[in-house]
Design a protein around this ligand. Structure first.
Ligand SMILES: [Zn+2]
Length: 308
């Protein structure tokens, strides 16, 4: 079985896999990993990615999955805002929605509540089990094993998962082959050309080189869709202020730890950090909405349709 964590899967191509460009800017990271960003299309690749097992271990960390639980309500509001019709347009009765990298099954559950028959796919058996416990079928499989119910699928979603493979083109071509004619594709991924990526540089949390192998800009994603047989129907960007409050809390806790302060001091003072930050983000909401209209917010939400 192919695996998105295959440690032997290394790219040595000196050209950008999206536009063929050969002019890059590099970012060096503390752990020895390097990020290569194409100057022409903004597509990024992680060079010297850590070995497979270390990437997989991230998902064994309860702190990571606890954060998903906190995010569920925020994500549901995002889906309701972006897909008020539950992506039902053009759906054929009896067709499937396949969510690739289902995680805890949040998106599958939201879609089944809107009348879809969803199927989850996840590489981690523990997550697949969790999805099944929520009443949704889920298979343990890599996204490179996508050929599943071909001809019966009218929507495939990649919610924060497509950035985990070295060859997203191969995955999307498989998705196109599985989808029925006029079938839909939904991708949510970090935006490597966002204002926050430029402002925070190496400290932008979504680089996450431990498990993110590629990094999309709006332009590179647009080209990738066309190359793999999809027509881009909509491309929007979304900001996620909760990530910045998480970062502030982490930095505060690290500072307390370095100063040797007791943990109760750390926990006791957290509200003093959180409250002003939440107030600030509330006041900045008009700016956030404006930013989301410019394709420069932190994440991209893209819908596509199988061409002709
Ligand atoms: Zn490029």
């Amino acid at each position: 079985m192919d695996s998105e964590w295959d440690p032997n899967e290394k790219r040595n191509d000196p050209r950008c896999q999206i536009c063929g460009g050969s002019c890059f800017r590099d970012k060096e990271f503390r752990n020895g990993a390097r990020l290569r960003l194409c100057r022409a299309c903004g597509f990024g690749e992680t060079i010297l990615a850590p070995e497979a097992d270390s990437a997989r271990a991230i998902y064994e960390d309860p702190a990571v999955t606890q954060r998903w639980t906190r995010l569920e309500e925020i994500r549901r509001r995002e889906w309701e805002r972006f897909f008020p019709d539950g992506l039902r347009e053009g759906r054929k009765p009896g067709d499937w929605h396949v969510d690739v990298g289902a995680g805890h099954g949040d998106f599958c559950l939201w879609m089944t509540q809107r009348g879809w028959t969803s199927l989850g796919m996840d590489l981690t058996p523990r997550f697949a089990q969790r999805v099944r416990e929520r009443g949704i079928p889920c298979v343990v499989a890599s996204m490179l094993d996508l050929p599943i119910c071909p001809g019966k699928v009218s929507l495939i979603s990649f919610m924060d998962t497509l950035e985990h493979v070295f060859d997203p083109g191969k995955v999307l071509r498989q998705a196109r082959d599985v989808l029925r004619p006029q079938g839909c594709l939904l991708i949510r991924c970090p935006n490597a050309s966002s204002w926050s990526a430029r402002l925070l540089g190496r400290f932008w949390p979504w680089w996450s080189l431990e498990d993110h192998r590629v990094h999309f800009s709006p332009q590179s994603l647009h080209v990738l869709l066309e190359q793999t047989g999809f027509q881009c129907v909509s491309m929007r960007s979304v900001e996620e202020p909760s990530v910045y409050t998480d970062l502030a809390i982490k930095a505060f806790s690290r500072g307390c730890h370095r100063l040797g302060l007791p943990r109760r001091f750390d926990f006791g003072l957290r509200p003093l950090i959180l409250l002003p930050l939440r107030l600030l983000f509330f006041c900045l909401r008009p700016f956030q909405r404006w930013l989301e209209g410019t394709s420069r917010a932190a994440a991209l939400v893209v819908t596509g349709r199988v061409q002709g």
